[in-house]
Design a protein. Structure first.
Ligand SMILES: CC(=O)SCCNC(=O)CCNC(=O)[C@H](O)C(C)(C)COP(=O)(O)OP(=O)(O)OC[C@H]1O[C@@H](n2cnc3c(N)ncnc32)[C@H](O)[C@@H]1OP(=O)(O)O
Ligand SMILES: O=CC(=O)O
Ligand SMILES: [Mg+2]
Length: 715
């Protein structure tokens, strides 16, 4: 039984009430009574609207299901389908041209293009690492991963491998910051004389500053707005082997980081929410620390400070040591047992997130020195899973209300719009207009978007296998239109246009080869799963000027069409071989089970799970949405029956158990197949058709709460 206390008519879990009153509010100038009264008003005013918007989602989905059921087996008529979507209000008029008015953003949002890291906020160790991932060692990223084609072997330093990393780094400098004469590979001394770098760069404007001198010199270069740091230290292991004594090339890497309260975490009750909010508070106050033990060494991880350099003109400059932090709230769907309204209903989790995360960010807004996040005085909230312009307008209303309660200037909160639901993609211009005063990014969350693609048209017929989705007409149009519309709405120089996650965290060679497609496509940022990936992906922004790409794209005129966007990825017939069907079933089942078992039993919201080809994949709720919707779709259309599905689930549960054999906290699913994790995974498929928009969170939350009750850890 949750211990609750009355706050302005709300029944608030005591653990949350204490956290807000004793930790989050002190120092903000907001009194507890004012906070809770303001939140109660918000719940009363916006709660019913929230429920109406969700009911409208369901109503539209029902009409779409009916339309497909009526037309099944007949040739698909795109024009009739589009007319129907207009008629039911799924498609709304685009409206006149306009440009956004967002002001007061930090340079990382509006001016500089670079990697965007995402991190589960409930993991303090990772969250601190992410905040500090503004800077990363290029040598470490090359040496420690498969970026050079192979992974390091053994424990000691492999000098030949080190030499390959150094050679790669020098070749990169030749490509992006060439010398006036010769190659970086041949430099045998670096120095700064009278504000000039020696040897001279072809473009002296790329020399941005320096610190120290002689044997402890640090040189800063600036390429497409991103800083590159050359560290000279001939006494270090690497520097001693280097002709110029360069010990590392450090890159400005994760320019921005999304601290995630959504799809990469498992937060089902007040205790979980307080952990998430507590870490955010530590990051915003600047005092979060975590003990990190590796081998026999324990260190205290804390936020890095800023550093001072001297510019070529002799002026001092400060270089930020941390990534600009954004906070992803949950969407409009879920409610939370952390707070009950006057009628005893759970309140919208999105309302609670909005109020608490912005309150906490006030600790940063009030600072004038030290460890600051937004120097421009903004709070960046990423809002996921919104369906269409009315839901974006509702998010704006939420933040209007939050700003009023907290006494913040209007539009302090900037909004990141995840373009990851089909109704948002199809009405993107109207969605951006709805947030024109505060939009700070649009981002193609292609993983959720793929899940919604399957769910929306679930009744139309069996879809292509998961791996073929990336070649479908809708997704190309979706990616192109997002950039086209973003540029047409004036995001260039004002807000980020972002692209999606690299979901193969261990395949860095492949990421280096492929992810340049994101800046090439005009994206000012794209998601990476780890600090190392942020460093490697930064090299793409050195090579590609996103501003120039955006100018060229805009000059070329709009590309993706709405008709392509609305083209349903139906399979052309279902004459797959039995082996093909088995492979698809097993692959999806393994991903679902491997993810869900850690989510439900251990509360881990983001995991690396191998696929059936043994490629480690980042799995979160969005990837789980795809896999479960893909299986639900094939089940609905008889590609397999329930008995076969259950057989596959049991077989793959045993495989997942074996994969986790080394984890002492792991509870095997086989041979009983009756624990909450296995049942959750099966429900995600069996009930996938009727889950709201095909989301995984309602079932995951229920089963996690059950598992917590079973183990006596429920709040
Ligand atoms: C569709 C979407 O919504 S995508 C957005 C949601 N997804 C994410 O946020 C992905 C974030 N990434 C992660 O959570 C992790 O990288 C995973 C789960 C994919 C892999 O985790 P692991 O298997 O533990 O990674 P691995 O063992 O390779 O590396 C761990 C180290 O890398 C660091 N690390 C890994 N990912 C991150 C990250 N995103 N941010 C900061 N540090 C990270 C850890 O701090 C750790 O280093 P440490 O020991 O010095 O603390
Ligand atoms: O949130 C990101 C996605 O791809 O979904
Ligand atoms: Mg998403």
């Amino acid at each position: 039984m949750t211990d609750r206390t009355d706050k302005a008519g709300l029944q608030v879990s005591r653990v949350l009430a204490d956290f807000i009153d004793d930790q989050a509010l002190p120092g903000t100038g907001i009194a507890p009574d004012a906070f809770w009264a303001g939140f109660a008003d918000m719940v009363n005013m916006l709660g019913p609207r929230n429920r109406d918007l969700l009911a409208y989602r369901e109503e539209l989905q029902r009409q779409i299901d009916d339309w497909h059921t009526l037309h099944r087996g007949k040739p698909f008529e795109a024009a009739a389908y589009r007319a129907f979507l207009n008629e039911i209000g799924y498609l709304v008029p685009e409206g006149d041209d306009f440009t956004i008015h967002t002001t007061g953003t930090d340079p990382e949002i509006a001016q500089i293009a670079g990697s965007q890291l995402v991190v589960p906020i409930m993991n303090a160790r990772f969250a601190l690492n992410a905040a500090n991932a503004r800077w990363g060692s290029l040598y470490d990223a090359l040496y420690g991963t498969d970026a050079l084609g192979d992974v390091p072997q053994g424990n000691g330093y492999d000098a030949a491998r080190g030499a390959r990393a150094i050679a790669w780094g020098r070749a990169h400098l030749d490509a992006v910051a060439p010398l006036a004469h010769g190659s970086w590979a041949d430099v045998d001394r670096l120095e700064v004389v009278d504000g000039m770098l020696s040897p001279a760069l072809r473009d002296q404007g790329q020399f941005a500053g320096h610190a120290g001198s002689g044997a402890t010199l640090t040189v800063l270069l600036r390429v497409n707005g991103l800083l590159i740091e050359l560290e000279v230290d001939p006494t270090s292991k690497i520097g001693a082997q280097d002709r110029a004594g360069i010990s590392d090339i450090r890159l400005e890497s994760a320019l921005s980081t999304i601290m995630d309260c959504e799809d990469s975490v498992a937060a089902v009750d007040a205790e979980d929410k307080v952990l998430a909010y507590g870490n955010w508070l530590g990051l915003m106050r600047g005092d979060l620390t975590e003990q990190v033990t590796k081998g026999d060494q324990t260190i205290t991880r804390a936020l890095h400070g800023d550093r001072g350099f001297t510019r070529p003109d002799g002026q001092e400059m400060t270089v930020k040591g941390r990534s600009l932090m954004l906070i992803r709230n949950v969407g409009h769907l879920m409610t939370t047992p952390a707070v009950l309204d006057a009628e005893g209903r759970e309140v919208g989790e999105g309302l609670l997130d909005a109020m608490c995360t912005v309150l906490i960010a006030m600790h940063d807004l009030q600072k004038t020195d030290g460890i600051r996040n937004s120097v421009a005085g903004s709070v960046y909230v990423v809002k996921p899973k919104m369906h269409g312009p009315d839901e974006v307008a509702f998010a704006v209303e939420i933040f209007d209300a939050v700003e009023r309660v907290l006494g913040l200037p209007a539009n302090t909160v900037k909004l990141g719009i995840m373009d990851e639901e089909r109704r948002t993609s199809a009405n993107l211009k109207a969605c951006i207009r709805a947030a024109a005063d505060r939009v700070a990014f649009i981002n193609t969350g292609f993983l959720d978007r793929t899940g919604d693609e399957i769910h929306t048209s679930m009744a139309a017929g069996p879809m292509v296998p998961k791996g073929e989705m990336k070649n479908a007409a809708w997704i190309k149009s979706y990616e192109d239109r997002n950039v086209d519309i973003g540029l047409a709405c004036g995001l260039q120089g004002r807000a980020q246009i972002g692209k999606g996650m690299w979901a193969m965290p261990d395949l860095m060679e492949r990421m280096l080869a492929e992810k340049s497609n994101h800046p090439q496509a005009g994206a000012t940022c794209a998601w990476v799963p780890s600090p190392t990936a942020a460093t490697l992906h930064a090299t793409h922004y050195h090579r590609i000027s996103v501003t120039q790409r955006q100018d060229a794209i805009r000059a070329g005129g709009p590309r993706g069409t709405l008709d392509d966007l609305l083209t349903i990825p139906l399979a052309q017939g279902t004459n797959w071989s039995d082996d093909q069907i088995t492979a698809e079933l097993e692959n999806n089942a393994q991903g679902i089970l491997g993810y869900v078992v850690r989510w439900v039993d251990q509360g881990i919201g983001c995991s690396k799970v191998p696929d059936i080809h043994d490629v480690q994949l980042m799995e979160d709720r969005a990837t789980c949405r795809i896999s479960s919707q893909a299986l639900a779709n094939w089940l609905l259309h008889g590609v397999m029956d329930e008995a076969r599905m259950m057989q596959v689930m049991q077989k793959m549960a045993a495989v997942v158990d074996a994969q986790n054999a080394g984890d002492p906290a792991y509870r095997p699913m086989a041979p009983g197949f009756d624990g909450p994790a296995f049942r959750a995974a099966c429900d995600l498929v069996l009930q996938g058709r009727t889950q709201p928009s095909g989301y995984t969170e309602p079932l995951l939350h229920d089963w996690r709460a059950t598992a917590k009750t079973m183990t006596g850890t429920a709040q």
